[in-house]
Each structure stands twice: as C-alpha cells, then as structure tokens.
Write a new protein. Structure first.
Length: 291
C-alpha cells in the first residue's frame, strides 16, 4: 500500500502480505488461546469454522436426585453432573445434554443410543464397577462398542472405562466424585481436546515438579494426590489436601495440582518430605502464593 506524503512523495504504509502471505499457516487447528485465535481470524476476514466436539454428561443410579430437589430417604444428591459440566465449561467446551440413567439395562441402552445420535462423546459417572446394577460395559458391548479398557491401575479411579465405535466415544468414570474428577482430567479431557484439533503434546495437563512438605504413605497403586502449592525461595512445595478418600470432594477444594506418586514397595513405603515428584497442574493460582 502506498500513499503520498504532504510533499507529494510516495511513502510506504504497509506492503500487501507484510503480516501474512497467501498460504501462510495462521495457527494450528485449535490454539489454547481462543482470544488470540479469534482476533487473528478477524484480522484476515474469516471466522472460526471448526466445530467443537459435542459432549453429553450422564450419571447412573436411581438413587440420584437433582441438588434442586428435596432430598428423600434412599436418595443422594447428584454432584457429579454439576462438577463434570462445569469442568467442560472451564476448559472451553460445551455440554450438549445431561441426564441420569436409570438402573434398567434396556432404558440405559435406549438412552445411550439416543445420545450418540447427537453427540460425539458421552461422559458417564458410575455404573462401571462390580455391583449388580453396574452393567454399562454390557450395554456398550450390545451396542457394538469396542471396550479398550475397563480398569486402570491408578488411585483414585480404578474402574475407569473407555470404549468407542465409529468416531463415537464413551468414557465411564467411577461414581465417587473425586475419582470422577481425577479420571476426567487424566483421560476424558485430553481425548476431547485431541478431537477438537489440539496438538497431541498439548492435550494433557501441564506437568511440573514439586517438593512434598510432609511425609505421605504410598498406596499399592500409583496415586494422583490432590495438593496445594506454594513457592518458597524459588521452589514449589506441595501440601496434601487432607484425607484423600475418593468420596471426599473437600480434597479438591483449593487443589492446585495432582501429584504423581509411585506405588508402594517394601523398600519404599513412604513419599518423604523434601522429595521431588511430578504434578499435573489443575490451576495456576499458586503463582501468587510465594514466600
């Protein structure tokens, strides 16, 4: 682009293609910074056209009731649907549908068939353990899904199930809230991100090293421990968030990371204070917590 200055001389404003040239790659299919992506698209006269994966959140169990309902004998509030839906939103995805599946094989099968007609992913909490009413795996097999795994050797989250059929994906998370929280971050979220076009290396949570502030008894399985982080003299220290039982949602409150602890051995029953372990980052609030 050329313009004449006040003396009638040509002066350079910006040449065509100064920022971007024809066939330049603007950015990957999906960048984890949507504000930057959308503004850059606007600068070249286009709009975002890649659709996000469609996700449904379901829970299982006739004993579940909505947190808005009156609690009656034999019922418990369904916290997992709220948690998983909010996690999807937090990470930039939309929940297309939520429901509670009954403890009926036929009704569960019918519900999943209907859901997979409109969504790409179903994330289900409960129904994948060993109880009489935990028949999700049998339903999936009847629907011709391939079950890639029905158990994982971690704590919490052992019953985690993953199945697929023709670009439709099912994640069966444990019913205990903390187990559902952990397995969502470790398994479901990376898969949804990958389906959305993220680079494979960016799909999982970021990992950094932390030092334990206190001793912690190791389990027979590798464990992902919820912990809060503070910075001291340039080093990151992690404090375990109390009792780590998988039904205790309070262990998630204020958690900055999931510490990756190894399985217990006869030579190593404890993770000792001062030892360094990798940790998956849940949030970055701890950056402002320093001494």
């Amino acid at each position: 682009l050329l313009q004449l200055d006040k003396n009638g001389q040509e002066s350079l404003v910006e040449p065509v293609g100064y920022d971007l040239s024809t066939n330049d790659r603007i950015f990957p299919a999906l960048d984890p910074s949507p504000v930057v992506v959308k503004s850059l698209l606007a600068s070249v006269g286009n709009r975002l056209v890649l659709s996000k994966p469609k996700v449904a959140i379901v829970s299982t169990g006739s004993e579940l009731c909505s947190p808005r309902d009156q609690l009656t004998p034999g019922k418990i509030f369904d916290s997992n649907t709220t948690m998983l839906t909010e996690l999807l939103v937090y990470f930039g995805f939309n929940c297309m549908h939520t429901c509670v599946l009954s403890d009926s094989f036929e009704k569960t099968q019918e519900s999943l068939l209907q859901l997979f007609e409109v969504v790409d992913f179903v994330i289900c909490s409960g129904g994948v353990s060993m109880g009489d009413k935990d028949f999700i795996k049998s339903v999936l097999e009847d629907l011709q899904f391939t079950i890639h795994c029905g158990r994982v050797n971690i704590k919490p989250g052992k019953p985690m199930t993953f199945a697929s059929r023709n670009n439709k994906y099912f994640f069966g998370l444990p019913g205990n809230p903390v187990s559902a929280f952990v397995t969502f971050h470790l398994f479901a979220l990376p898969a949804i991100r990958f389906a959305a076009g993220w680079d494979r290396c960016k799909c999982s949570l970021s990992v950094l090293n932390v030092k334990l502030l206190n001793d912690f008894s190791l389990d027979s399985r590798p464990e992902f421990v919820r912990a809060s982080v503070i910075s001291k003299s340039g080093e990151l220290y992690a404090s375990v968030n109390g009792n780590q039982i998988s039904s205790r949602l309070q262990s998630i409150v204020g958690a900055d990371v999931l510490i990756h602890l190894p399985a217990r051995t006869s030579d190593r029953p404890l993770a000792k204070a001062g030892e360094i372990f990798p940790a998956s980052v849940l949030r970055l609030d701890f950056i402002s917590k320093y001494e």
